[in-house]
Each structure stands twice: as C-alpha cells, then as structure tokens.
Design a protein around this ligand. Structure first.
Ligand code: ATP
Ligand code: MG
Length: 592
C-alpha cells in the first residue's frame, strides 16, 4: 500500500481522523498564518545500521505529517561521518521506508529530487559557510590539545576559559582552516570552533567544534576531503538547503536547539540561506523488552546471538517484516502511541495489539497440528465402505470474507491431532478427547473416543495417572454428523478440535519465537543487556499443516486456527519445503 498523496483534505485543515498532537498544532498554525504554504519534513538516518522500531515511529511521523498536510518529506542520509557508513545500510534503509508505505521526491509525485538525498552532497556548501563564519569572526581554529580544550570548557558552575588562539585574526584562522582542508595538519591537531559564548549555561554554546580533521575515505566523496563537519553543524545546514520547515528530532537534541538557531541566524544574516528551518523535539520510542540502540543491535548480530539483522526476533524493520509484521500494523502503532514531549515506556502488547488488528481481518485461516498425535478412526471401513476412502471437507478461507472462497482438505481413517487434545483422565473443564467422550473434528465429523494405545511396556500406573504419553488414539466416526449437513446438529458436543488428515497433510518446519529479552528494560541502569537475553527464544518443530498451505508464497500470512498467526518465511520457505514463523498468538501474552 502506498499512502502518499492519498488524502484529499485541504492542506491547512486538520485531518479529523487523526488525533491531534503538539506537532500537528504547530503545523496547522504555521499553515493558517501563511508562515509556510507547504510543509517540508525529513527523515535523516545515519546509514550505519539497520532501522528499528524507533525509526519506524520517526518515519511514520515525518512522512505521515507530510502526507496529511500535503507537504513533502525527504529521505536524507546523514552521512557526514566518513568512517561508519556502508552501502548495505543505505539500500536496506531505502527498502524499509518504501516497505512501510512511503515514497519521496518524484516517486511521490512531487517536483524536485528523484531519490534519496545525501548530506555529503552539501560538503562544499558547509565548507563555504565555515569560511564565511571565520571571515565574520564567528569561528576560529583552535590548536589546543583535546585535554586543554576539555578542561577550559568549564562546567555547569564554572564558565569556560578562552583558548589562546581565540583572539587571533580572522585572516590567521582562514589560512589555518585552508591548511586543514589541504591536509597540512595531522588528524586531531586542531579543530574549527564556532565563537559563541564561553560563559553560556548551555555547554553546547561554549564554542562547539564544527569541523575536524579526519583522514578517511568517504563512501560518496572518496578522498576529496580530509576535514569533516560535525553533526551539530551539518544538520541545520542540511535542513536549510532542503527548505525543511519543521525539523523534527528526538528530545536529546533539545539542548542543541540554541546552536541550531544561532547557526541558522548567522547564515541567514550572511545571505547564505534563504529560509530558517525550525527544530522541534519529541520523545523517542521506548518499548518494553526491546533494545533500540543500533550499537547494541549490531552487537547481537556480530556476536551471533541472532541469525542476522533480519532475524525474526530483532526489533529491526527487516526483522519485524520477516517475523510477519505488516506495514499497516506499524503505521497503526505509530498513530496510536502518538507523539509527546516527555519520555515514557510503551508496552510491547500495544505493538502486538496493532499487529493482531491488522492480521485478523485479512489473514486466511488454515489448520495446523504443531505437536502431532495420531488418531485412528476404527470404524472407517464400516462407515464408508473402504479403509482408503477420503471424505471431502471444506472451510471458509476467512470467516468474514466469503469472496475468498473455500479451502479443501480430506478426512480419512488416520488423522493428526494435537497431543494436548487427549487426556486419559480428563482434568476439570477439559472437553476434548478422553475415553468415552464425543468431540467434533472441526469442519468434519463427530467422533467418539475409545481409548489410547501406549508403547509396549508402558507402566500401568503411569497410564492410569495420565503421566504416560499415548502413541495413538482410537475413536469411532459417527456417520451423518458431518459439518454443514442436516445431521450435524443431531449430537451436541462441547469440544471442537482442529486436525489435519494424515493422507493430505503437508509437513512444515515451524519456528516458534519467544521474547528476545527476559526483562522489561534489558538495557536500563547500565546493566549488561546480554545478561537479559532469553536463551530459549527460538524453538524449531516439525508440524503438519493442511494441504491449502502447500501453495503458500514467502511472506504470506495465515491464522492457524487455535494457534495464532504464522508467516511463510521470506528467506527459507519454498514449495516442498514449508517453513513458517510464528508471528504471534491469538491472545496477548505480554501484558502484565
Ligand atoms: P544511534 O542509535 O546510533 O544513536 P539513532 O537511533 O539516533 O542512532 P539515526 O540514524 O541518527 O539513528 O536516526 C534517524 C532518525 O530516527 C533520527 O531523527 C532519530 O531522532 C530517529 N530515532 C532514532 N531512534 C528513535 C526512537 N527510539 N524513537 C523515535 N525516533 C528515533
Ligand atoms: Mg543519531
């Protein structure tokens, strides 16, 4: 689903279907006052890892606002740090944003750029702007050692001390800066600093470094530069050059806003930029049982705690996708949690709730037996004339979507049922298979249980107590009780069980996932998050599924009746080699 350009509301009107929030109010007021005729937002990932669920919130927010107010949202790679970026990450980020349902530039039907933007394309401008600041006495090259610089910055109670280089002439600094650019000085020998206020209570204004020397090959600009702009300097410039109106970032950048505004004011005065972007902060997403630090996620991958960035237990977008999450569920989640100005924790069950809400109305149903136990219908030949007879059965693909039609499967003398559906001595409230009881094989016949067979030599006492595990179950099929026939109501039963016919069962590998971390806040309080790792978060079993699943395509999602939602694995599932991942159960297992 592409959601861009899908609203018809006028640009200035609020979308009544969406709950308002402080960002929507700001945008609506800016559009109403004519401050902006169109909003421009951006999503600016650093391509140093795969995107995670926190980024999904930011993507849905930035692209969603642009969509709802008929604006533009740029996908911009913040690739100002030469060492860390890799093409693999760029490709994966583009893919993830598209998968979430968003597009940008010409793809979104907007004028302008066709594809993703790169901050490194603005290096020339950033350099020019730095020279401009130096010429105006607003920046200087500091040759103090890193230790001296740190010591002279002061702290909350002590104002900073000026560097001996601070008072030198603009001409001197301009020469030095050009020498830095020309590779005349070693890495770390000096930095360019903005000249602002050494006594500011905001440490970020105490002459922050804006350029450093770093000999590293950049993925885009190669060896053109040996000096690179600092993030805090580069980011506002990127916003200004792209005409961003609302630069939305997470709360940790609040203290950087005064520098952001200082820089934009200076470049506006100097005529280098035409329009001033504004920064707004919102609370990052914190999700229980989940880690949203790229560094820590990379550690899980590198230390092989998971099979890769797209391991279905990972909170990465590629991981969630492989697990069977839908783009709609992540969009719904982002909308439901909203945006606020204060940090909080979101319960994982909220995310899963959104997932079930989007899967339930669409996912085709199927029957599967995850822990198979054989059931033999002893009177089959007598009832149907041949032990090999197969009875056609059918069920709706989806109970509420009759247009999807029916799925067909066969009932024969031998049937797979769940081990847990048989109890030798029924516990209280157990209505399924036990000797003498009648139950319905869903979409099939009512059967009457005779008893169980146990392996030779099984202890009588263990059988009597229910501790022994049966090898197979015997039952009689009751003719004329087939579902959908007039006789189906003749016998009332309390239990209805799912099953798969032994004759047409498809074998499948099923991967059952549990939470990756055992505790709600795995990386809180400086703990080693690896200690919270759940070592039993993946269990692989062999199961039987109904024949309609033989044609499942990778990525296709189903509800296995009584079991939950499953997806055909996008990498490992193939015809003849079915592999399904459990997406989630039918009920919430996360809530406290
Ligand atoms: P790192 O974890 O390496 O510090 P990051 O998560 O900040 O990186 P970026 O690539 O810089 O990664 O993030 C791109 C955008 O996503 C930023 O605008 C950032 O504010 C936003 N973002 C990152 N994490 C979250 C989160 N948990 N919730 C909401 N937005 C987030
Ligand atoms: Mg970041």
């Amino acid at each position: 689903m592409t959601v861009s350009n899908s609203t018809n509301s006028p640009a200035s009107a609020s979308d009544a279907t969406k709950p308002s929030n402080f960002l929507r109010q700001i945008i609506e007021s800016d559009l109403a006052s004519g401050k902006h005729s169109q909003i421009v937002t951006r999503f600016p990932p650093e391509p140093n890892g795969y995107l995670h669920i926190g980024h999904a919130k930011s993507i849905c927010l930035n692209f969603g606002l642009a969509r709802d107010y008929k604006g533009i949202c740029n996908l911009r790679f913040d690739d100002t740090n030469p060492e860390k970026e890799e093409k693999e990450y760029v490709d994966s980020i583009i893919d993830s944003v598209k998968w979430l349902g968003f597009s940008w530039g010409k793809d979104a039907g907007k004028s302008g750029h066709e594809s993703a933007l790169f901050a490194s394309n603005y290096f020339d401008f950033m350099y020019k702007a730095a020279e401009h600041l130096i010429e105006r006495g607003l920046a200087y090259v500091d040759e103090q050692s890193a230790e001296d610089m740190r010591a002279n910055r002061g702290d909350f109670n002590t104002p900073g001390k000026p560097s001996p280089y601070r008072a030198l002439s603009a001409e001197h600094h301009l020469n030095r800066f050009r020498e830095m650019r020309d590779g005349k000085h070693a890495d770390g020998a000096m930095v360019l600093r903005a000249k602002i206020d050494l006594a500011s209570p905001n440490i970020n204004l105490r002459d922050p470094a804006i350029y450093r020397i770093r000999r590293a090959t950049h993925h885009n600009t190669g060896d053109t530069w040996c000096i690179y702009p600092m993030y805090t300097y580069a980011h506002p410039i990127e916003d200004a050059l792209e005409g961003i109106t609302h630069s939305i970032c997470t709360l940790e950048f609040e203290d950087q806003r005064p520098f952001y505004d200082w820089l934009m004011d200076r470049l506006l005065e100097g005529g280098l930029i035409k329009q001033q972007p504004r920064q707004y902060e919102f609370a990052r997403l914190n999700l229980t049982y989940v880690i949203t630090s790229k560094r820590k996620l990379a550690q899980l991958v590198n230390e092989k705690k998971v099979s890769g960035w797209d391991d279905p237990r990972m909170p990465t977008i590629v991981g969630l996708r492989r697990r069977g999450y839908t783009p709609e569920s992540l969009q719904l989640f982002a909308e439901r949690i909203g945006v606020s100005k204060s940090d909080s924790w979101i319960d994982y069950s909220t995310l899963e709730g959104c997932l079930r809400e989007t899967l339930d109305p669409t996912a085709p149903r199927a029957m599967a037996v995850l822990e198979p136990l054989k059931l033999v219908l002893t009177n089959w030949e007598e009832a149907f004339g041949s032990a090999a007879h197969l009875e056609d059965c059918s069920a709706p693909v989806h109970p509420h979507l009759p247009d999807l039609g029916k799925r067909n499967f066969k009932l024969g003398k031998e049937v797979w049922i769940e081990q847990t559906d048989y109890e030798e001595i029924p516990s209280k409230g157990f209505f399924r298979l036990f000797p003498g009881n009648k139950v319905r094989l869903k979409y099939g016949y009512v059967i009457e249980v005779e008893g169980a067979d146990y392996a030779e030599g099984t202890d009588e006492a263990a059988i009597k107590s229910g501790a022994a595990r049966a090898v197979s179950i015997r039952a009689k099929v009751l003719k004329d009780t087939k579902s959908g026939t007039p006789g189906s109501d003749a016998i009332k039963v309390k239990g209805v069980i799912t099953w798969v016919g032994a004759a047409d069962a498809v074998t499948a590998e099923i991967r059952l996932y549990d939470r990756l971390f055992k505790t709600e806040h795995p990386d809180a309080g400086g703990k080693d998050f690896l200690e919270a790792l759940n070592e039993d978060s993946l269990k692989t079993i062999q199961a039987y599924v109904e024949p309609s699943l033989a044609n499942a395509k990778p990525d296709e999602k189903f509800q296995f009746e009584r079991h939950g939602y499953f997806v055909a694995d996008r990498k490992d599932h193939a015809a003849g080699e079915a592999v399904f991942n459990k997406i989630t159960g039918l009920k919430d297992t996360w809530a406290k």
